[in-house]
Ligand binder design. Structure first.
Ligand SMILES: O=C(O)[C@H](O)[C@@H](O)[C@H](O)[C@H](O)CO
Ligand SMILES: [Mg+2]
Length: 398
């Protein structure tokens, strides 16, 4: 049986010479680890406004993983940490390392002939409920949101996430609060009580204004309100939770289990959203979920980039007693991303299932590697930051 990483390839993918429909996640970063018996393991790292630094950081990680035994997941991480002095504070470093960790599990699974979930506790869930994100490009008015949301429901989704706060940043005006309230209220009355509405704040408010915006949402019974406050103002969450009863979800900018243990044990979060591609990969995701389980906190992995990330998240979702719901952008991806896998998981009527094949259970379509390799930063839009869904960072009066 092979256990050695023989070759490492790093790929940046995107759409050549084209502005992408959505300014967020228009590039993805993949790593391919090849074992000395020729098997391939795939991993992915996030990009948003850090595509090139993460790509460079992946070269640093390569220095540790080249020639390493890919079964030794814990050791390889620690070997990198011993060198990467800034790891516990650097999203670029944790992202790069996460890609290699995920790819190692893909190889382990392929070498053992087992899907990863069977190595992590087996199936607790066999069908993974998804919520839709990325569906509301160009939505400004309540009617815009409702029109597109109805299409999302026709696809079979019973839950959807959206950011109703337009261009408001740091603070929000009374008018901004009431406009967001209209959007969410109209969604609730037009779509009915059955659908789960998930409110995204993208961590853009300071505490006082987050409370102003958050408290009017309680009436519409959202499943959660996400990142209400700038991530560095974490103590504000305790204040926020005194005024807003909707559960708080967050986690996409936390880097490891210690970060999660701090938030969870302080009562700053109700639902956690670790991102496997920036919080040290598959094994750490399982550990984070176990810490959460001891506090009765459910898990909804953040998943905003490419299909390797989805496959990795699903493999852990399958095993979690405290699984809540899985984020999904796939239905709204550009074609090149939709075609990146030739063997894939399925997303049908709002539920994911894995293929049951070894490792991540996916196979990459090598053609896309030829046609969509790019080198550079993702497209930049001066009037719209890369973390919003395109065409939504506008005031309703414009
Ligand atoms: O919860 C989410 O899915 C995220 O907040 C996305 O909406 C971000 O825009 C993206 O992850 C940034 O790249
Ligand atoms: Mg988010």
């Amino acid at each position: 049986m092979s256990s050695k990483i023989n070759k490492i390839d790093i790929f940046e993918l995107g759409e050549k010479g084209k502005e992408i429909s959505s300014p967020w996640s228009s590039t993805i970063l993949l790593v391919r680890l090849t074992s000395d018996d020729g098997k391939e393991g795939w991993g992915e790292a996030p990009t948003t406004f850090m595509t090139l630094p993460v790509k460079e950081s992946m070269k640093e990680v390569s220095r540790i993983f080249q020639g390493a035994n890919f079964f030794n997941v814990e050791k390889n991480l620690k070997d990198f940490y011993r060198n990467s002095f800034y790891l516990s504070r650097s999203m670029e470093a944790t992202s790069a390392l996460s890609a290699f960790e995920i790819a190692s599990w893909d190889l382990i699974g392929k070498e053992l002939g087992a899907p990863i979930y069977n190595l992590l506790g087996g199936e607790y869930n066999s069908k993974i409920r998804a919520y839709a994100n990325g569906w509301y490009s160009d939505c400004i008015t309540p009617d815009d949101f409702v029109r597109k949301a109805k299409d999302v429901m026709k696809m079979g989704f019973t839950a959807m996430k959206f950011d109703p706060f337009g261009p408001h940043y740091d603070k929000i005006t009374k008018e901004g609060v009431s406009y967001a309230r209209d959007i969410v209220g109209t969604m609730r009355s037009e779509l009915g009580d059955e659908v789960d509405l998930l409110i995204e704040c993208h961590g853009r408010f300071s505490t006082h204004w987050a409370i102003e915006a958050g408290r009017v949402m309680d009436e519409f019974d959202p499943l959660f309100i996400e990142e209400p406050i700038h991530p560095e103002q974490e103590l504000g969450l305790l204040e926020f939770k005194r005024y807003v009863s909707t559960p708080v979800a967050l986690g996409e900018r936390l880097l490891n289990k210690t970060d999660f243990a701090r938030y969870i044990s302080q009562g700053m979060v109700d639902i956690i959203q670790p991102d496997l591609t920036n919080s040290l990969g598959i094994f750490e995701a399982k550990k984070i979920a176990s810490i959460a389980e001891t506090f009765g906190v459910p898990v909804a992995y953040h998943n905003a980039f490419g299909p390797i990330q989805t496959a990795a998240s699903l493999n852990v979702d399958y095993t979690l007693p405290n699984f809540l719901i899985q984020e999904s952008f796939e239905s709204f991806w550009p074609d090149w991303k939709k075609n990146l896998l030739k063997t894939s998981y399925k997303l049908d009527k709002g539920y994911f299932t894995l293929s049951g094949k070894p490792g991540l259970g996916v196979e990459v379509n090598e053609k896309i590697l030829e046609t969509n390799v790019v080198d550079g930063m993702e497209p930049f839009e001066a009037n719209e930051p890369p973390w919003v869904v395109s065409g939504t960072f506008k005031d309703h009066k414009h």
